[in-house]
Design a protein around this ligand. Structure first.
Ligand SMILES: [Zn+2]
Length: 290
């Protein structure tokens, strides 16, 4: 197999499967620098274990949901966090699909950016009427390029309102609030009933496909502006991403194959020297010597 880290073969494969096309949207170019670095394999990270001094060379990975290489990894990681967070709260989740009115926005980016503020206003209204709530929100791109949001809400009062056929009434109740907060009045409301295929389990199945970009209709919002967060949740619902801190490392603009030529040991020495230097400078700055 071709060296997977140099990106030579990978780029060829990408073109065949259409991945490269997916990251570049018509109209607005929004490929992040980190994604480009990851895709082209232009950078490596030299790691050095703080305790043992053991060196390692690994290819730089952006771990972005926008990246064809990292999308599945990132999606799987996000999915586990969401699943654990939701199951910890138990049942009684209500699922909403919130739409945006295209005519209100000059372009897709404006709609994505507005979505954040619209939700802030809407959730404020819901909290005022129903008390504190937990939510998980994922954004998807519609075929037109405009976004819509899938939101799962956990709140006893809203759950009770939606039970049985109550969701129909709740949907009517929701409409003026949606319009007032900037969302479209077309809304899908669905209590995620336990013990049914379409309940929480069904929602999670759909979510896992959505986050890893593996559903039939790929709706990953690649056309969102840089820095846009595809996944949002109420504070404290999702566990933080664990980052073990036993390594120190450095990002270097070197292809992996070339990095191996130089040898991990030599790199590790270099990294160590640079880190010592950096610490010295930092100390001097702190003491006001520089
Ligand atoms: Zn990547």
């Amino acid at each position: 197999m071709e060296d997977q880290y140099t990106g030579v073969k990978a780029a060829g494969q990408s073109e065949k499967s259409g991945w490269v096309l997916n990251t570049r949207t018509k109209g607005r170019e929004s490929v992040l620098k980190s994604v480009r670095m990851c895709e082209s394999g232009s950078h490596v990270i030299i790691l050095r274990n703080r305790q043992t001094g053991q060196p390692a060379i690994i290819p730089f990975r952006c771990k972005s949901w926008r990246c064809p290489r990292c999308q599945r990894f990132k999606g799987a990681q996000d999915f586990v966090r969401v699943k654990n967070g939701m199951l910890r709260r138990g049942d009684q989740w209500v699922y909403l699909v919130l739409t945006m009115i295209h005519g209100n926005y000059s372009n897709e980016w404006a709609a994505y950016n507005a979505g954040y503020f619209n939700w802030k206003k809407l959730s404020k209204r819901l909290i005022r009427a129903h008390g504190p709530l937990d939510y998980v929100q994922t954004w998807e791109a519609h075929e037109s390029g405009f976004p819509h949001a899938n939101v799962a809400i956990h709140n006893r009062s809203i759950w009770n309102a939606c039970r049985g056929e109550g969701w129909k009434k709740f949907r009517q109740y929701l409409k003026p609030h949606l319009v007032a907060t900037g969302f479209g009045y077309v809304v899908h409301v669905e209590p995620l009933r336990s013990g049914t295929g379409e309940g929480l389990a069904g929602y999670l199945t759909k979510l896992s496909r959505e986050l890893t970009g593996s559903s039939v209709k790929n709706q990953v919002p690649l056309n969102a502006p840089p820095g846009f967060r595809r996944l949002r949740a109420s504070r404290g619902l999702l566990e933080p991403i664990h980052r073990p801190g036993i390594h120190e490392g450095m990002l270097l603009p070197v292809k992996l194959a070339h990095a191996f030529d130089f040898g991990a040991e030599a790199w590790a020495e270099l990294v160590k020297a640079r880190l010592v230097e950096r610490e010295k400078n930092f100390g001097r700055k702190k003491r006001g010597l520089q």
